[in-house]
Design a protein around this ligand. Structure first.
Ligand code: NAP
Length: 242
């Protein structure tokens, strides 16, 4: 039990990978969960795992590339639970492609999901996050938000932007009682990396549960302490590269 027990969290990208691990971890903390992704199969599998931990769960399918999705997701969460205390902006897409081959459509798609949607979700959630004076926003950024990776121009731009937003919201929303945190993982063994980084060996990567543990840590901080950015990297990696 923590001060978060009984709160409601909306977790994007909850159908697999890091989002699924965060959902299970927050279920164990006693939160009520609204889970979202585009496809329902993975979402329902995550929901079953969270319910097995005793959580009340609602699943909502939506495409975060749709500008109408953020307001819809917040409205559905509040309709299901009457509150929204924790927003976890986890959904994201990676593109590994040389700059010269990256199209403006690629760029717009990555920015829409990785940056515009978290911004719009934070805006839509703001009145609810501030309502009880103990809200939180967790942005799952990346080591690619802190430094460059060749062939990831659109992804790095989106994650640098997310960290910029995180810095401003952390300062601006603190007087409203809302904590804003970013987690910056290095390589994690998920579908994202098996698909786009076949050069990475899964045994050298972190597990989604490692990132979920970082989220639990941030949500468990005492009212006296906060952490704006939490980098977490795989032990097998070069310290500079995550
Ligand atoms: P993943 O395995 O590919 O899972 C991504 C999740 O996001 C899925 O549930 C997916 O479900 C959902 N999603 C993707 N596009 C969406 C869209 N347009 N609208 C709504 N939902 C969408 O990825 P992951 O590795 O768990 O990554 C989670 C987060 O961690 C991302 O923000 C990623 O950038 C970040 N991250 C990952 C790593 C890594 O090494 N894996 C490292 C650093 C940071 P649907 O396809 O059903 O929509």
């Amino acid at each position: 039990m923590t001060h978060r027990t009984g709160q409601t969290a909306l977790i994007t990208g909850a159908g697999r990978g890091i989002g699924r691990a965060i959902a299970v971890a927050l279920a164990r903390l006693g939160l009520r969960l609204a889970l979202t992704a585009r496809t329902s199969d993975g979402l329902e599998a995550t929901a079953a795992l969270a319910r097995a931990e005793g959580a009340a769960v609602s699943t909502i399918t939506a495409d975060l590339a749709d500008p109408a999705a953020p307001a819809y997701l917040v409205a559905e969460t509040v309709a299901a639970f009457g509150a929204l205390d924790v927003l976890v902006n986890n959904a994201g897409v990676l593109l590994v492609k040389p700059f010269a081959a990256t199209t403006m459509e690629d760029f717009d798609r990555l920015l829409a999901v990785n940056l515009r949607a978290p911004f719009a979700l934070a805006k839509a959630a703001l009145p609810y996050l501030s309502a009880r004076g103990a809200g939180a926003i967790i942005n799952i950024a990346s080591a690619a938000g802190k430094r460059f990776y060749a062939d990831q121009s659109a992804y790095c731009a989106s994650k640098h932007g997310l960290l910029g937003m995180n810095k401003v919201l952390a300062a601006e929303l603190r007087p409203l009682g809302i904590r804003v945190h970013a987690v910056c993982p290095g390589g994690v063994a998920t579908e994202m990396t098996t698909g786009q980084r076949p050069d990475w060996h899964p045994e050298n990567l972190m597990a989604p549960e490692d990132i979920a543990a970082a989220v639990v840590y941030l949500l468990s901080l005492s009212p006296r302490a906060t952490v704006d950015e939490l980098p977490i990297r795989r032990i097998a990696a070069d310290p500079l590269w995550g």
